[in-house]
Ligand binder design. Structure first.
Ligand code: PXL
Length: 278
């Protein structure tokens, strides 16, 4: 297993099991050194809580970057998630362009929509800025809602392979090299992940757990990045991330009080076991 240095840029939701509070433990469990830039600090995530605090850390980003550049710090992977503002996207481009080693893998999780709707703080201007970030990424990790907003294709709950291919082709036209599209299910009881890489399409289908849980996109993305860096195997990493996400939902689904996230900690032994076998 390779020991790599990863930079992840996303918010700190102080309570709510998403973004950095999920990415750090998962990447650590995958055996990765993890450095962070918090994009914002919120009291909770924005999915179901009201009255959350929001401290935008946009202005800190270039200062942190400048310090690291003086220190000569470079990363084997840079993985971005929920960002705090449209202005941040310009700073993120500069980080993706300058802060990686020659082998650096750049992963962008657009993290701005679900269920066909934008998350509360985002708007069309943010979507447009995120579109312009696509060419800077090696791997884009959207769900179907984000793929729809980015490509301008209508959001559908039911679809066929042709529709999914139109999303993938639209993302490729935006400059995405590799796309890992999550939450793609063609038949009842199953969902899956479509992996488009260098003109080749693969699909990993797995059991669909009835309950949808907040934060699973972040669990998926963090696990995918950790497993990819650890193994160098794209399809296996996409599949492992899906299986671990299912385990996390299973650990949570019988507890109605735990509506705001998944009990991913309880499934970390499963993740560590799988990572060692990949
Ligand atoms: O899980 C994505 C996410 C991350 N961070 C914040 C969020 C959300 C989704 O709603 O609100 C603050």
């Amino acid at each position: 297993m390779a020991y790599k240095k990863i930079l992840t840029i996303q918010d700190i939701s102080c309570m709510g099991q998403c973004s950095l509070t999920v990415a750090l433990p998962i990447l650590s469990a995958c055996g990765m050194e993890t450095c962070i830039i918090p994009s914002a600090v919120l009291s909770t995530h924005t999915g179901g809580f009201s009255g959350f605090t929001f401290r935008d850390l946009t202005d800190d980003i270039p200062l942190i970057q400048a310090h690291w550049q003086k220190e000569g710090i470079l990363f084997d992977a840079i993985y971005t998630g929920y960002l705090g503002s449209t202005k941040q996207i310009e700073y993120i481009k500069s980080i993706l362009d300058t802060m990686g080693t020659s082998e650096c893998i750049k992963v962008v999780d657009p993290a701005f929509a679900d269920g066909g709707k934008l998350y509360p703080i985002f708007d069309d201007v943010y979507v447009e800025a995120m579109r312009s970030l696509c060419p800077s990424a090696d791997i884009l990790l959207p769900n179907i809602s984000e793929a729809c907003f980015l490509t301008g294709i209508e959001y559908k709950e039911e679809y066929d392979e042709e529709y999914i291919m139109s999303l993938i082709n639209g993302l490729v036209k935006l400059g995405c090299k590799t796309v890992v599209l999550t939450g793609v299910g063609y038949r009842a009881g199953f969902t899956g992940v479509v992996i488009y890489n260098n003109g080749e399409i693969k699909y990993y289908e797995h059991e669909r757990v009835a309950k949808t849980c907040h934060g699973t996109g972040d669990v998926y993305a963090s696990t995918f990045v950790g497993a990819l860096l650890s193994s160098g195997k794209m399809y296996e990493a996409a599949a492992l991330a899906a299986d671990y996400t299912v385990e996390c939902i299973k650990k949570t689904q019988d507890d109605p009080k735990h509506w705001y996230g998944v009990k991913f900690e309880l499934a970390l032994p499963y993740l560590i076991d799988r990572i060692n076998k990949i």
